[in-house]
Design a protein around this ligand. Structure first.
Ligand code: S5P
Length: 473
């Protein structure tokens, strides 16, 4: 029997076993509907189970590359099991609630970060159930980009899933089902029209579009980084439980080193502007590097390079500061064009990272949306060089292996008198997507910098843990 005939047989069978019923029903959300699906009953009909498995197998295996299958609990679980066995692919199981003991894992089964997982679901209306499973898989660093569905109610689910980067394939749409049942005299023309009218008029609500980066843990993101410094920074953040970067904007090297000695334990990154130091020396650099090793943080020289490639390569590797010798990463503008990245890319043979400025925190800056987008695009070719973007918005980029470095942070939102704009930790981490937050005067100018650094560290980390729990979206 060919595929189309099998689909017809499935439609007729679903009607026969009362998995699809016509009449006056209420949906879960209290909307009247002339058609009702309950595919839970299929477990009582091995022939139907077998047919569905066969159809999904032909549908899925022919065109998809995947490592695991995962059913949306509960109705699709037995189908996913049969499919996994037939396709000889491993299965993953998503819990509905995390275990209260042991590992608290949401996903059971063996997998590796980056594995592809195919989603199996019975019926899709809005797509929100599929997204719950997709989100939990993505939190584990799995790729969940395809969903195979028995029946698409055609009420907006496909669009909702697509906007969250999930392609949906359904064995049957509601339109097709009605057509088959009508052709085979299982329903009247009037019932068919009622269902068609209903489909025209009742759409499921939109499912919130999520940015994967917003709920993946730093550990998982480290595995997805293509830049060695980003990987290290994610791992330091996870190990030290801090996403605080201190900007040591002081002009005396002793004061800088004293401050770092006090707060270095509480930060993942120290950001310098070496050209403001009045007594800069190579001794300062070695003390800084010594502290970085001892207290486990990385060093960012916030040089904001903005010249032609040739000049930047000299600025980076030569002169009094010899930045490439000691800084793990630097900041750089995209304004001069790609040559600046080429220059930085070829300038050192040890692991280095570049934070590209895609947006600025200061009032009235001239960066436009188009400039930001082009900057992100420019970075795509330099996956091994770019460790992140200096930016202010979560939608600036999506790649979870890259870090959003966000300056302009203080415990209370405010401004300075030279155009700097501050946002609170909640706003920066939860709404704006900051991964590493830069605090300068909020800590440096405080009476007790250590106490203040701990306050910032705790506030920022609390927001991060809330963010990855997914409860804010
Ligand atoms: O857009 C930006 C980019 C950067 S790197 N806005 C910024 O403020 N910065 C830097 O972050 C700035 O050069 C300064 O070193 C730090 C913010 O310091 P604060 O004292 O205003 O917290």
């Amino acid at each position: 029997m060919d595929f189309e005939n099998k689909v017809t047989e499935l439609a007729l069978n679903l009607h026969k076993i009362d998995a699809v019923k016509f009449g006056d029903f209420m949906t879960k959300s209290g909307i009247k509907t002339p058609v009702y699906f309950d595919l839970r009953v299929i477990v009582s009909y091995p022939d139907v189970m077998e047919l569905i498995t066969e159809l999904l197998y032909e549908f899925a295996v022919a065109n998809s590359k995947y490592d695991h299958v995962c059913g949306v609990p509960y109705t699709a679980l037995p189908i996913a099991t049969l499919l996994s066995v037939k396709a000889k692919k491993s299965m993953l199981m998503r819990r509905k609630e995390a275990k209260s003991y042991g590992t608290k894992k949401m996903i059971e089964g063996h997998y590796q970060t980056g594995d592809r997982c195919l989603i199996i679901e019975d019926v899709v209306t809005s797509g929100s159930s599929v997204m719950e499973t997709v989100n939990d898989l993505r939190k584990e660093g799995l790729k969940a980009e395809e969903a195979f569905i028995i029946l698409d109610r055609e009420q907006g689910g496909r669009e909702n899933l697509e906007s969250n980067k999930v392609q949906m394939k359904a064995l049957l749409t509601m339109t097709k089902l009605i057509e088959i049942l009508l052709e085979n005299n299982r329903i009247t023309e009037q019932t068919a029209n009622e269902v068609r009218d209903y489909l025209q008029n009742v759409k499921a609500p939109s499912v919130v579009k999520v940015n994967e980066r917003m709920f993946l843990s730093y550990e998982k993101r480290a595995e997805l980084s293509t830049n060695a410094i980003a990987k290290q920074l994610f791992n330091i953040m996870a190990a030290k439980k801090t996403n605080l970067c201190l900007s040591v904007d002081l002009t005396s090297s002793t004061k800088i080193l004293d401050l770092i000695e006090k707060v270095g334990n509480h930060v993942c990154l120290i950001k310098t502007h070496v050209d403001i130091i009045e007594d800069f020396s190579s001794g300062f650099v070695s003390s800084l590097q010594h502290l970085a090793k001892k207290l486990n943080f990385l060093i960012l020289e916030d040089r904001k390079y903005a010249d032609i490639g040739h000049t930047v390569s000299l600025q980076y590797t030569r002169g009094l500061y010899n930045v490439s010798d000691w800084a793990d990463c630097v900041t750089c503008h995209s304004l001069p064009g790609e040559g600046i990245l080429k220059a930085l890319n070829g300038a050192s043979n040890t692991d280095k990272g570049v934070f590209l400025l895609a947006e600025m925190s200061s009032e009235g800056n001239l960066i436009t949306q188009q400039y930001t987008q082009e900057t992100v695009k420019m970075a795509e070719k330099y996956a091994e060089l770019i460790c992140g973007f200096v930016c202010q918005n979560k939608d600036t980029f999506k790649n979870p292996g890259i870090i959003q470095l966000t300056p302009g942070v203080q415990l209370e939102s405010s401004k300075d008198n030279l155009g700097q704009v501050y946002n609170t930790p909640e706003k920066v981490v939860l709404e704006n997507g900051g991964d590493v937050m830069v605090v300068g005067r909020g800590i440096v100018a405080a009476k007790n910098s250590e106490i203040q650094a701990v306050l910032y560290k705790d506030a920022l980390w609390k927001c991060y843990t809330k963010r990855i729990s997914g409860k804010f979206e």
